[in-house]
Design a protein around this ligand. Structure first.
Ligand code: ATP
Length: 258
């Protein structure tokens, strides 16, 4: 298995108003090519910080991140990010939101429209190309955000609780769509979630971080065939295992009043 992304001895300390918060401590992690890897952990353990550092939106205090062997020094088109909150540009149509990154890279108009339409179709929004974000439901907006990210053809897709704001049904539908796209497109995915169910349903491996400062507590390989059955005994066993691993860390966070 080829290593796509490598996180080496990474620590992060935030300093503000005379306070020091150690968010991450000595994270070492390899994400393989085409892997669907999920990070979980109690609130405030540094999941978003880790994702932001990989995205190049923040810098580590110690250590480094390598993508295809090259050190990450800032944001780049090789990493596509999907956040929890819909980050579409309200003044642009669906099509224009999806073509945005391609425009920035100078892709000719005809080609960028062709690429955008392909991904809009892939996320099930054919016919909505000329709609504006306010005309779409939350689930549809998140589909557009996913299409926009994929249209840029990143090496790795970084997703920070992308479905957390959606209702349970829509969330399940989008999980299936994401899996279909992932299987078809063979992208590497680095996914952050609070949902044990979502982590087991989607991932090849689940990384559990400790309470802050986030360290790697355990990595659980999900050895279930896809499509996965959320009601199977094996699925429930993974659920129990992850609950146990997380419980101790969540209790630490609660005790600290966070
Ligand atoms: N820009 C910042 N300045 C100061 N402290 C920060 C900053 N960003 C994050 N932190 C702190 O770093 C720690 C980790 O935050 P982070 O958002 O990465 O956690 P998280 O695991 O994603 O949390 P949640 O699950 O609640 O989204 C928290 O204590 C947070 O307050």
């Amino acid at each position: 298995m080829n290593v796509k992304l490598k996180v080496e001895n990474l620590s992060k300390i935030f300093e503000f108003n005379g306070n020091r918060v150690k968010a991450l401590e000595n994270i070492n992690l390899e994400v393989y090519e085409n892997e669907f890897l999920t990070v979980m952990g109690p609130s405030g353990c540094g999941k978003t910080t880790l994702l932001r550092i990989i995205a190049g939106l923040d810098t580590p205090t110690e250590g480094r991140v390598l993508l295809d062997g090259r050190e990450v020094k800032g944001p780049g088109a090789d990493r596509g990010v999907v956040f929890q909150q819909y980050t579409l540009m309200p003044w642009r149509t669906v099509l224009k939101n999806v073509t945005f990154g391609l425009e920035l890279r100078g892709v000719p108009k005809d080609e960028r429209i062709k690429i955008a339409k392909k991904f809009i179709k892939m996320v099930g929004l054919e016919g909505f190309e000329d709609a504006y974000p306010y005309q779409l439901s939350g689930g549809m907006q998140q589909r557009v955000a996913i299409a926009r990210t994929l249209a840029n053809n990143p090496e790795i897709v970084l997703m920070d609780e992308p479905f957390a704001a959606l209702d349970a049904q829509t969330r399940n539908i989008l999980q299936n769509e994401l899996l279909k796209i992932w299987q078809k497109d063979r992208k590497t995915v680095f996914f952050v979630t609070h949902s044990i169910d979502e982590a087991i349903y989607l991932s090849d491996r689940v990384v559990v971080l400790t309470a802050r400062p986030g360290r790697i507590k355990e990595i659980v390989e999900i050895k279930l065939e896809r499509p996965r059955d959320r009601t199977s005994i094996e699925f429930l066993e993974y659920r129990k295992l992850l609950l146990e691993i997380l419980k101790e860390e969540v209790l630490k966070t609660i005790k600290r009043g966070e």
